[in-house]
Design a binder for this molecule. Structure first.
Ligand code: UDP
Length: 353
């Protein structure tokens, strides 16, 4: 299948691209490189640098590449930033997303998989969360993810789109080639590994007075490889689906506490990793865990890398190999204009260290 991965140079996108290529699909990455890295796009995937807000460019890429399905991973995704800059989130995640849907409609592409978020549920009434549970986001990030799902639903009804949305919480781990490299970094595991590397003196534990066994928040972690596998299964499932939007949670149904993460990281890295308890971070629900029964049953998803130690050791191995993240291999993509003049950069042309 010819697949366009929008946001394919980011952490989730780039690792999913690896899975799609390994399964024999032909992949083009569309990314504005605002938070992604050109060096994360592996051959034979091509990279087109462009904005999700650029309707004409999207439409021409979809036509020229004869794209059959889109995987959409290009969202702004920081809760704190979304609280401070809601406009940025509505512009990118909703308006940008709708621009993409319009481009797909004009180019005659109707198969779509969306990398959504369990942030659409807000503070859950019960855990593990099921797909039919109430959605009531508590920040603009979750609200914009949900709003875009709404647009997908109506495009499915009006224009025969076959769409799947995957909702998950915390992504962790790495492949051999690609891992997590954000600036600024706000996520627990990469911050813990920074301390292990001596780049920071200690981890801050945001609150130890939650109603959980050790007092710290519990989160649902999914290995980025298992997420790639879910994206692949979902893309394939859009093939014989009826026009509709289907929603699936991807979760572990168990979860790990912040303390458990720090403890496991000490074991995996054999480093001390000092931690200090500080006050709660605003907007953190005590327990976020999703049930993936539906994804297992209907998509055949079987997570293979659910052990916290494996997620941490893969992330650690990648960091040790990329001490400066992608900065080591970063240089502007060598954009070669293809026959149709669309400015497709061959990933082969990019150096990887
Ligand atoms: N957390 C923490 N210290 C940090 C970063 C995060 O204690 O430096 C906690 C945070 O309060 C939450 C959990 O780790 O309970 C996961 O946070 P993260 O930002 O990684 O992901 P989120 O669950 O917010 O998507």
């Amino acid at each position: 299948m010819r697949i366009l991965v929008v946001g394919g140079a980011g952490y989730v996108g780039s690792t999913s691209v690896e899975t799609l290529i390994a399964a024999g699909h032909e992949v083009t990455v569309f990314d504005d490189l605002s938070t992604g890295h050109a060096a994360s796009v592996i051959p034979p995937a091509g990279l087109v640098r462009g904005s999700i807000q650029d309707h004409a460019r999207l439409e021409s890429v979809l036509r020229e590449r004869r794209v059959e399905a889109v995987l959409h991973c290009a969202a702004k995704s920081l809760v704190g930033e979304s609280m401070a800059e809601p406009g940025l989130y509505y512009r990118h995640n909703v308006s940008g997303g709708v621009t993409m849907l319009e481009a797909m409609r004009r180019a005659g592409v109707s198969r779509l998989v969306y990398s959504s978020s369990a942030a659409v549920y807000g503070e859950p009434r019960r855990v593990p969360i099921a797909e039919a549970d109430r959605t009531d986001p508590i920040n603009p990030y979750g609200a914009t993810k949900l709003a875009f799902e709404g647009a997908m639903r109506w495009f499915a009804a009006a224009h025969d789109f076959r769409a799947i949305s995957l909702r998950y919480f915390n992504v962790a781990g790495a492949t051999q080639l690609n891992g997590e490299d954000h600036e600024p970094e706000t996520h627990l595991i990469p911050l813990v590994l920074r301390v292990a590397l001596g780049e920071a003196t200690h981890v801050q534990i945001f609150g130890q007075d939650y109603p959980t066994p050790d007092g710290t928040c519990i989160r649902d972690f999914i290995h980025v490889r298992d997420l790639g596998a879910a994206h692949l299964l979902a893309l394939e499932a859009t093939g014989d689906a009826e026009p509709s939007l289907e929603v699936y949670n991807l979760g572990s149904a168990a979860g790990f506490s912040v303390r458990e993460v720090v403890e496991a990281a000490r074991k995996v890295t054999s480093r001390a990793i000092p931690a200090r308890v500080v006050k709660r971070r605003k907007g953190d629900p005590p327990v976020l865990v999703a049930s993936s029964r539906r994804a297992r049953r209907e998509l055949g998803w079987q997570p293979q890398h659910s052990k916290l130690e494996e997620m941490l050791s893969d992330a650690w191995a990648w960091r040790l190999d990329h001490l400066r993240g992608y900065a080591e291999s970063a240089r502007p993509p060598e954009t070669a204009t293809d026959q149709n003049g669309s400015g497709v950069a061959a990933a082969e042309a990019m150096s990887r260290s």
